[in-house]
Design a binder for this molecule. Structure first.
Ligand SMILES: NC(=O)c1ccc[n+]([C@@H]2O[C@H](COP(=O)([O-])OP(=O)(O)OC[C@H]3O[C@@H](n4cnc5c(N)ncnc54)[C@H](OP(=O)(O)O)[C@@H]3O)[C@@H](O)[C@H]2O)c1
Length: 295
């Protein structure tokens, strides 16, 4: 099949590219090759490449930045999915779009979780734009898969694990505070890429949750990761209240992959197993890259 990946050099985009190019003809396009907010540029690319599938991994992903950059966040997270849905209706194919756990308000107490049909109520502008992006796609085309995921990390690009690594390598004795009262499921972009490939193979349609099994807090994630990296640290757990950020985040954004499980195609693993594998695959590369960035 012919597949276009937008935001193709991002965390999820580059993993989808690596996985799908084994069996498909993939064009992984980044911002400089295709700006998805530009409808006429998008139409030109779609007419030229005639894709069977477009996977939209482009997004305004800076959650705090969205609070002050409302116009570009709306353009990228709402208008671009609208353009993509229009293209799929006009030229054919299937749109696979990535969304987020932040469409929920997190009022359920953990270990309760959110399933695909639960009521949405985003707390942040990022969550609001991502939810609107989902809605425009559902309104405009039946030919879609929306995949909600959470707390993504990858060997590519910046993410929470790399930030913690950088801080700790710079100053192992420093008592960095890490939030310990927000619960979610850290998800390896590589595993998500495999799950998206299986949704393509099995002809999935509609909205799916695809996050790792199990859940933790940011503090637990950072501690587990650094222990696996075999690095000493002095992290201190703290509350959300004592660590204010521009965007309000849900206290509990644990998602259950209910539709994947019902269809018997859930490939997602426990978050600790994936962090283990991530570290055993990339420990040296992570350390070298991070030390290079500090010096
Ligand atoms: N990261 C998370 O923790 C998380 C959690 C839940 C859901 N998600 C969702 O997962 C999806 C992928 O996230 P990610 O973590 O892979 O994001 P990412 O690493 O930030 O990648 C986003 C990509 O989009 C590109 N991009 C920016 N503006 C664009 C434009 N106008 N046209 C085309 N491409 C553009 C970026 O390019 P430049 O770098 O050149 O700007 C970047 O390559 C997003 O929909 C996000 O909302 C992410």
């Amino acid at each position: 099949m012919k597949i276009i990946i937008t935001g193709g050099k991002g965390q999820v985009g580059s993993e989808c590219d690596q996985i799908l190019r084994r069996e498909h003809e993939v064009a992984a396009l980044d911002l400089k090759e295709l700006d998805v907010t530009d409808l006429s540029a998008l139409e030109k690319v779609v007419k030229r490449l005639t894709p069977d599938i477009i996977i939209n991994c482009a997004a305004y992903t800076n959650v705090d930045g969205c609070e002050s950059q409302k116009k570009p966040a709306w353009d990228l997270n709402v208008n671009a999915p609208k353009h993509l849905a229009r293209c799929v209706e006009k030229y054919g194919g299937l749109l696979i779009h990535i969304s987020t756990d932040y469409v929920f308000d997190g009022k359920k107490p953990p270990p309760l979780f959110y399933v695909e049909d639960d009521e949405t109520h985003p707390l942040s502008y990022y969550g609001k734009t991502k939810l609107e992006g989902e809605k425009v796609i559902r309104e405009m085309t039946k030919k879609h898969i929306i995949v909600r995921t959470s707390w993504i990390y990858s060997i590519k690009r910046d993410n929470f694990l790399k930030t913690m690594l950088k801080l700790v390598l710079k100053n192992p004795q420093k008592e960095y505070r890490v939030v310990d009262d927000q619960f979610g499921s850290p998800t390896w972009a590589y595993r998500l890429g495999l799950q998206i490939a299986s949704l393509i193979e099995t002809g999935g349609r509609g909205t799916y949750h695809a996050t790792s099994e199990g859940y933790c807090t940011w503090y637990e994630l950072a501690s587990f990761f650094l222990a696996k990296m075999n690095l000493p640290h002095a992290l201190i757990p703290c509350s959300t209240a004592s660590y204010p950020t521009p965007a309000v985040r849900p206290k509990n954004s644990i998602l259950e992959n209910q539709r994947l499980k019902k269809a018997k195609i859930n490939l997602m693993r426990h978050w600790q197993d994936d962090v283990n594998q991530f570290v055993s695959n990339f420990r040296e590369q992570l350390i070298n890259e991070t030390k290079g960035g500090i010096e």
